[in-house]
Design a protein around this ligand. Structure first.
Ligand SMILES: [Mn+2]
Length: 448
């Protein structure tokens, strides 16, 4: 467990974020024999969920907080029950270094047999009477465990953060604590000295490098590497790390290059989801973020993904790309708040904290009937996050234009170079990339 390295994308994961976590974890396992585990920092969006299902892949595990938990340091020691003879606890203690957990019959914790509890049981038994010292070890070991267990042991939830319980841990007299599941059943034992210096979660960030787009408590994790294609906003680290931010259309592009450099080829389903990530980020290689390397990567991934006998055998880059994009598209299929939050990124510039969400449609006419509901959802979302303003970018993937809905935008954004429409939205013709086209214009206005 402590040696595992988690490969994780940004919160509100998009397809590229999930694909690059899966792809890079696979490469690190294949090439380096690393115990690399793909992870995600939030719920799967409709597009990614369609792609995973189509390819028969499981979603990466969900990790929402990097702060060490009780379960990361606990040890699953063997147990005995209250009515069993002390000899059983003795046998367990001889394997565990001196402690034996004693449970009630329903699996809930009763007490711990430790050197100290055993000594106090003996002094009770023998007391000051020299006559009773005749008792043999065998007789003692026949007493039920319940008699010799210390029941005054602090209890913690396996999923709780150690950091939140530090004061209590330091105040407790004992050196060992119960770790319980949600139902209050035993799962393991924690030692105080392990809790005071828990191992950090090892993380590799893909498809993002800004701390506020990352899993919470990132500062408590051990950052191993960053592999990304976005603007810089990276956290500082104590030690040097591998850091790659390259100007390509998707993180899946970078990972497919590394797979090829290693002389490997990705299995079809994995290549398929990376291709989906690439085609989704570049709007089927049409977004201005698309580079020659992305085209080569798309061909390489297509070669692996569409191999004879594979699930995607009959697809082409275009046919597969259109299915991927339409799986995420549509305003009517999702609730307004889902449209606003499912592909949302938070930025800060100068005094402003703001969000830009993006939703894809295949026809901007679709927007008209949803404008009021989307505006309301955007406002509600902005208020709930305490942001200064929020933007929803609705992108028509066919005509390559976007309409912008703004909520509480500061006056400087009146200078945005997009004409205001009768319905109050802004028409950004030819603008399809949040990262490369919209964000630089917004930042340019905010930072003067
Ligand atoms: Mn990406």
């Amino acid at each position: 467990m402590p040696s595992a390295v988690y490969v994780i994308g940004h919160v509100n994961p998009d397809t590229d974020s999930i694909a690059s976590a899966l792809g890079y974890a696979w490469l690190l396992r294949e090439r380096d024999g690393l115990d690399a585990v793909p992870a995600r920092a939030g719920a799967i969006n409709p597009q990614t969920s369609w792609v995973l299902k189509r390819l028969g892949l499981d979603a990466p595990i969900l990790l929402t907080d990097a702060s060490p938990k009780f379960e990361t340091v606990m040890r699953r020691l063997d147990t005995t029950t209250v009515d069993r003879p002390l000899s059983e606890a003795w046998a367990i203690a001889s394997r565990t270094g001196g402690i034996a957990p004693v449970l009630n019959k329903d699996g809930s914790p009763y007490g711990l047999v430790t050197g100290r509890s055993l000594f106090s049981f003996l002094s009770q038994l023998v007391g000051p009477h020299p006559g009773r010292q005749e008792i043999t070890i065998n007789q003692i070991l026949e007493f039920p465990c319940e008699r010799a267990a210390d029941t005054n042991i602090a209890r913690f939830q396996a999923s709780a953060r150690i950091r939140d319980a530090l004061h209590r841990i330091l105040r407790e007299e004992g050196d060992e604590f119960w770790v319980l599941d949600e139902a209050g059943r035993y799962v393991g034992i924690c030692r105080q000295r392990d809790l005071l210096n828990p191992p950090r979660l090892k993380l590799i960030l893909v498809d993002h490098n800004e701390a506020h787009q990352a899993i919470s408590s990132l500062e408590e994790a051990e950052l191993i590497e960053i592999l990304d294609h976005h603007r810089l906003g990276n956290p500082s680290t104590h030690t040097p790390i591998r850091f790659t931010v390259d100007v390509v259309g998707s993180t899946s592009t970078l990972i497919s290059e590394r797979i090829e450099d290693a002389g490997l080829s990705a299995p079809p389903a994995l290549a398929g989801i990376m291709l989906a990530g690439l085609l989704s980020d570049t709007l089927i290689l049409s977004s201005p973020t698309t580079t020659e390397r992305d085209r080569r990567a798309a061909n390489r991934l297509a070669r692996w993904a569409f191999a004879p006998g594979s699930i995607l055998e009959t697809e082409t880059i275009r046919s597969f790309g259109e299915k991927v994009l339409s799986a995420g598209a549509g305003l009517g299929a999702r609730s307004p708040s889902e449209v606003v939050t499912s592909d949302m990124k938070i930025y800060s510039a100068g005094p402003y904290q703001f969000a830009i969400s993006q939703a894809e449609v295949s026809d901007l006419y679709e927007l008209t009937e949803h404008i009021d509901a989307l505006q309301a959802a955007l406002e509600k979302f902005r208020e709930s996050r305490g942001l200064d303003f929020a933007v929803l970018m609705v992108t028509d993937v066919v005509s390559s234009s976007s309409r912008l809905l703004l909520n509480n935008a500061p006056m400087v954004l009146d200078e945005l170079p997009y004409p205001r429409q009768p319905d109050g939205t802004l028409l950004a013709e030819g603008v399809v990339s949040r990262k490369k086209q919209l964000l630089p214009v917004v930042l340019g206005l905010l930072e003067v």
